[in-house]
Design a protein. Structure first.
Length: 67
């Protein structure tokens, strides 16, 4: 598990500059509100990936604990 967190941290650090750039349309739908993050496709895709990863690791951990 430690290797995963090391890999994840390194990946996020490498992607940080790319994640800092604003995509076209920022500010058109309330760029500084929570609704912006739930209505823009770029944010929804990332949100779905994050939720899927969390579910995957929780299920995996529960299966490993049950063995």
């Amino acid at each position: 598990m430690k290797r995963f967190f090391q890999f994840f941290t390194a990946l996020m650090l490498m992607l940080a500059p790319a994640l800092a750039f604003a995509h076209p349309g920022h500010g058109n739908h309330g760029g500084f509100t929570i609704t912006h993050y739930f209505t823009e496709p770029e944010h929804i895709a990332l949100l779905i990936l994050i939720i899927a990863a969390i579910v995957y690791f929780v299920v995996r951990r529960k299966k490993a604990a049950g063995k």
